[in-house]
Design a protein around this ligand. Sequence first.
Ligand code: ZN
Length: 43
Amino acid sequence: MLEKMSEFYKKLPPKTCCECGKEMEEQHECYGNICVQCLNVTC
Ligand SMILES: [Zn+2]
């Protein structure tokens, strides 16, 4: 499963925040598609 997940992410384009549309690094995958800045604002 982990290998499939890795391949899955490699094929994906750079993650973009669904709130601001800004590209973000893969460091908060557990948060989904929202960057830290938007999380702080939303929360
Ligand atoms: Zn954002």
